[in-house]
Write a protein that binds this ligand. Structure first.
Ligand SMILES: Nc1ncnc2c1ncn2[C@@H]1O[C@H](COP(=O)(O)OP(=O)(O)O)[C@@H](O)[C@H]1O
Ligand SMILES: [Mg+2]
Length: 248
C-alpha cells in the first residue's frame, strides 16, 4: 500500500481537485483506493456526494483504528472508498498535541488498512499544521500543486525548506503546476522554466480549465463526465507520472 499526500500551505490551488481525480484515475488501473478527506471544508467529501459527518470523535483516530472502520464510506465508484471530513477536525491539532506516540499510532492504524487498499490519498487542508506534519511522516509521496506565480513558488520553497530541515522521512516530494493560464506570459514562462532547474517538479501540468471547475456542478471526477477533454488528458498524464514514481 502506498500513501500519497496532497498538500500546500496555500488554499485554492487545486489540492482537492487533484486528490479527487487522482483517486478516481487510480481505480481505473485496478487499484483499490481510499481517499481520506482531512480538510474541515470537506470539499472532497462533497465531490463524492458523501455526507460530511463523522461517527465518533476525532480523538478516536488514534485509538486502535476504531474510528477508521466506522467512517469508511463507499463512493459511487468501484474500488474507491472515502473517509469524509467534518468540522470537528478543527480540533485535530489540539488532540494530536495531547496524544502520546502519534506517529506510531498513526502508522499502525494505516498498517491495518494494508490488506484492503493499494493506495491511500490524503486531501490535506491549506496551511501547515501538526496533522499535515504527521501525514508527511507516514506518507510515501508528497504532491504539491503550484500556480505559476512568484508567491506560489515562494510558498512552495518555504515548505520544502521546512520539510528538509525538520521532518525525518523518506517521502518523495514533487511539485506540479496547476491552473496554468497559457495566455499569461508569466504563467507560461514559470511553467516552462521552473521544471528545467528543479528536478523535483513533474512534467505534467494542469491547465486552467472550466471543465475542472465544473466538478462542483457534476460532483464527480473529470473522467466521468468529460473523458477525452484537455483537462482529462492532463490529469491522466499527471496520474501516470505519479504512478510510475510510486511504482504501483
Ligand atoms: N485546473 C483548474 N482550473 C480551473 N479551476 C480549478 C482548477 N483546479 C481547481 N479549480 C477550482 O479552483 C477552486 C479551488 O480548487 P480546490 O481543488 O478546492 O483547491 P484547494 O483544495 O487547494 O483549496 C475550486 O473552485 C476548483 O473548482
Ligand atoms: Mg481542498
Amino acid at each position: 500500500m502506498k500513501i500519497l499526500a496532497i498538500n500546500s500551505t496555500k488554499g485554492g490551488v487545486g489540492k482537492t481537485a487533484t486528490a479527487v481525480n487522482i483517486a478516481y484515475l487510480a481505480t481505473l488501473n485496478k487499484l483499490k483506493v481510499l481517499l481520506w478527506d482531512m480538510d474541515i471544508q470537506s470539499s472532497a467529501t462533497f465531490y463524492f456526494r458523501i455526507e460530511s459527518k463523522l461517527k465518533g470523535n476525532p480523538e478516536d483516530i488514534f485509538k486502535e483504528g476504531k474510528f477508521i472502520y466506522k467512517n469508511v464510506k463507499k463512493s459511487n465508484y468501484d474500488n474507491l472508498d472515502i473517509i469524509p471530513s467534518d468540522f470537528s477536525y478543527k480540533d485535530l491539532d489540539i488532540i494530536i498535541n495531547e496524544t502520546k506516540k502519534v506517529k506510531k499510532k498513526f502508522t499502525s492504524l494505516l498498517e491495518n488498512l494494508e490488506d484492503e487498499y493499494d493506495l491511500v490519498v490524503f486531501d490535506c487542508p491549506a496551511s501547515f499544521n501538526l496533522i499535515s506534519e504527521y501525514i508527511l511522516k507516514v506518507s510515501d509521496f508528497l504532491l504539491v500543486p503550484i500556480i505559476p506565480t512568484t508567491l506560489s513558488i515562494r510558498a512552495y520553497e518555504i515548505l520544502i525548506k521546512y520539510i528538509n530541515e525538520n521532518i525525518k522521512s523518506n517521502i518523495m516530494t514533487y511539485a506540479f503546476f496547476t491552473m496554468v493560464d497559457y495566455r499569461k506570459k508569466m504563467h507560461k514562462k514559470i511553467a516552462e522554466e521552473f521544471p528545467k532547474s528543479n528536478k523535483l517538479c513533474l512534467k505534467s501540468t494542469i491547465p486552467y480549465s472550466s471543465t475542472i471547475e465544473r466538478m462542483g456542478e457534476y460532483r464527480a471526477p473529470v473522467a466521468t463526465f468529460s473523458s477525452g477533454s484537455k483537462a482529462d488528458k492532463a490529469l491522466k498524464n499527471l496520474w501516470f507520472e505519479i504512478k510510475n514514481l510510486l511504482n504501483i
